[in-house]
Ligand binder design. Structure first.
Ligand code: RUQ
Ligand code: CUA
Length: 682
């Protein structure tokens, strides 16, 4: 692997950037006298000058290293971040879009949870219909615990077209189209009530993988806990993704029946391991918890009693062949390949892993699966080539409970690298290093991969402290076939002393770490440098993925007037300039209305109490950023219509009264006049 060193050009750029930063800080200090400099000039102020000004502002002085870190994350107004991070929104049920390295929050995408700014789930039929796809039986579920975003891939590279995310709490998967950054589909898993090992995509996004977590009877059914061994089951679901329609094709999707081990994170093989899926598991003890009668022991102890758990390795082609060949049974109308078929057809094998593993991450070339055991200070590295050899040699013993072949650990293990306490997740760079989060140590460990990455690898290079309790970490394109290096973001659960405490619920902390230097440049931190702390005051993000910004090509405005994001096509019934009207048909009133700076047409509408109202509204503005909102009091309606977009909402005008509707986006000088009366006669 090619090792890169910091070039002189890079150094000069950095010094210049520091100069610019100095000028900007000067600008801040000068703002009281109305100085309107554009920040591009004076590059000669010293660190001393900055610190004098900081002191005057009541701030601590900066060290040279901190000044450097500030310059490396500062983007002057108008400079676009070269990377975009898609972070899970945790139990906010959303997804965060963050520019890097500035760590500026650009958007919170409404996914499973209604989001009023985007008019997501407040009357707009298209958005309400997507949210309703996620209902569980009769229950309207309007939150989620989002864990693992997965960008769509082509040949193992992020392609910038879609991003998927799972809801751990309710076993659901969402599809977001990156042309408009809106959620297009939610699927509810028909057999499982909760999940965790998702979402992960195969290298061409043919399949979106959703692995299970806490075993339950399939089909959301009841079975007494005493029947755990017979009735409780694990699962992994293969959702077929249809790129042309931009939707999961539920009719081509299927699941595998797994033993009631608690499946955990999964990853898809790539390059030399393409065609395999890897899913960790824990609670192979089949512990069932402590009852109120004092029976059993709690899961913390019961589910970590054995020394080993199992990685499930699954042959996708064989699984698909079984599903398509009808070797399935139905659960809630969904095809499930049974456990015995998985064994008989050689679809699934187990590999022993040190107890209570968490993450499994495949190296960029696909050669190795890296497993972190929460209770083991090592990462264990397995070779897919050795696993395939062990399968060919029948180098296994059947698992006592399930009968699944368990490959010989010594035949399949490539290396164990001692990193520290509480290893969870691993990412990769372009220089042949792995980066593993250590939850208990609160560090990111940097370690060298063995051949073909580094000849003298499989060793710890060092670690950098993070603040605090890191879960996942994300590297720039760090789980693709060609990671970029440059940055790692630590997704820390606790922030403790990093920020102002806004009450006892503290924000999480994303820490941006520069990984571009070699370990020997700063031995204390193995060459890694902390650049920035970003508080996240919404939900608890789990995983994130970081894509080069230039791979994304979102719409600036919708391509045609009357565009419906739900179908990504023009709605033939959309109101347009000149077709605005109100039609009454018995008790039904249908409205075709347009919005343009700064009025609605029409802007006075009268109905009778009890009428059923169908209201279509198009934003006929075509200028970038000329969004119009629509808020209707009492009826719980708020829409956001981006340029060109059309939306429909429908309701019974049960309450009589006078309801001023208005535009919620400050769109023009006469924005306050962008309003109207909806009159409901008693
Ligand atoms: S999981 S850290 Cu889904 Cu590791 Cu959260
Ligand atoms: Cu449209 Cu304000």
């Amino acid at each position: 692997m090619v090792r890169r060193s910091t070039s002189n050009v890079g150094r000069r750029k950095l010094l210049f950037t520091i100069g610019v930063l100095v000028a900007v800080l000067a600008l801040v200090a000068a703002s009281c006298n109305g100085d309107d400099d554009d920040g591009g000039g004076d590059a000669s102020a010293s660190a001393g000058d900055i610190n004098t000004r900081r002191e005057a502002a009541g701030l601590q002085p900066l060290t040279d290293a901190q000044l450097e870190a500030a310059a490396l994350t500062y983007l002057p107004s108008g400079e676009i971040d070269p990377y975009i991070m898609f972070a899970s929104g945790g139990h906010a049920g959303q997804m965060f879009v963050i520019g890097m390295p500035s760590m500026r929050l650009l958007k919170t995408i409404g996914v499973f949870t209604p989001e009023p700014w985007q008019g997501w789930g407040f009357g707009n039929e298209g958005t309400d219909a997507v949210l309703a796809q996620g209902d569980v039986g009769d229950q309207e579920i309007r939150w989620a615990d989002t864990h693992h975003p997965a960008l769509s891939e082509t040949a193992g590279e992020y392609d910038g077209q879609f991003v998927f995310i799972n809801d751990k709490a309710n076993a659901r998967v969402a599809v977001i189209d990156l042309r408009d950054f809106e959620t297009k589909q939610i699927v509810k898993n028909p057999i499982a009530i909760n999940d965790h090992g998702g979402t992960f995509v195969t290298p061409d996004t043919e399949w979106i993988i959703e692995g299970g977590q806490y075993a339950t009877p399939h089909g959301w059914e009841f079975a007494p806990i005493e029947s755990y061994d017979d009735e409780y089951k694990g699962m992994v679901t293969f959702w077929k993704f249809d790129r042309a329609s931009g939707r999961i094709d539920e009719n081509q999707s299927f699941a595998l029946e797994l033993p009631p081990y608690w499946q955990d994170l999964c990853d898809a093989g790539k390059l030399v391991s393409e065609g395999w899926i890897f899913c960790n598991s824990f609670n192979t003890e089949r512990a069932t918890g402590a009852g109120e009668d004092g029976s059993g022991e709690n899961f913390e102890a019961g589910a970590s009693a054995r020394d080993n758990d199992y990685m499930h390795i699954i042959d996708i082609d064989k699984a698909v062949a079984a599903a398509q060949g009808g070797k399935t049974f139905d659960v809630n109308g969904f095809p499930v390949v049974g456990l015995q078929t998985l064994i008989d057809d050689g679809i699934m094998y187990f590999i022993p892993e040190p107890k209570s593993p968490h993450g499994v991450d495949v190296t960029p070339g696909g050669e190795y699966m890296v497993v972190s055991g929460k209770l083991d200070p090592h990462v264990t590295v397995y070779s897919i080539e050795k696993a395939e050899q062990a399968i060919a040699n029948q180098d296994w013993v059947p698992d006592e409970y399930s009968g699944v072949p368990v490959l010989n650990f010594d035949s399949v293990m490539e290396a164990q690298v001692e990193l520290g306490l509480g290893p969870l997740h691993t990412q990769f760079d372009d220089k042949g290093y792995g980066y593993t989060s250590l939850f208990l140590d609160s560090t990111v460990a940097r370690w060298s991969l063995g051949p073909p990455y580094q000849d003298d690898g499989w060793k710890l290079e060092g670690a950098i402290p993070v603040n605090y309790n890191i879960g996942h970490l994300a590297a720039a394109e760090g789980d693709t076939v060609s990671p970029d290096g440059k940055y790692v973001v630590a997704l820390n659960k606790w922030s403790i002393d990093r920020f102002f405490h806004p009450g006892p619920l503290l924000p999480q902390n994303f820490q941006l770490i520069d990984i571009s230097a070699e370990p020997d440049t700063a031995p204390d931190t193995a060459g890694m440098q902390l650049l920035y702390d970003m508080p996240i005051g919404m939900g608890e993000p789990h995983y994130a993925q970081i894509i080069k910004a230039d791979k994304l090509a979102p719409f600036d405005v919708y391509p045609e007037i009357g565009f419906d994001p739900a179908t990504m096509a023009v709605d033939p019934n959309a109101p347009t300039a000149g077709t605005e009207r109100v039609e009454r048909n018995g008790n039904e009133v249908e409205i075709w209305q347009t919005a343009v700076r700064s009025h609605y047409t029409p802007d006075r509408i009268t109905v009778k109490a009890g009428d059923h109202v169908i209201w279509h509204l198009t934003n006929i503005d075509t200028s970038i950023d000329a969004t119009h909102g629509y808020a209707l009091p009492s009826y719980n309606v708020t829409l956001s219509l981006e340029p060109g977009e059309t939306g429909t909402f429908e309701f019974d005008a049960t309450d009589s009264g006078v309801f001023p509707f208005y535009c919620t986006e400050f769109c023009s000088a006469l924005h306050l006049e962008m309003a109207g009366y909806f009159l409901v006669e008693p």
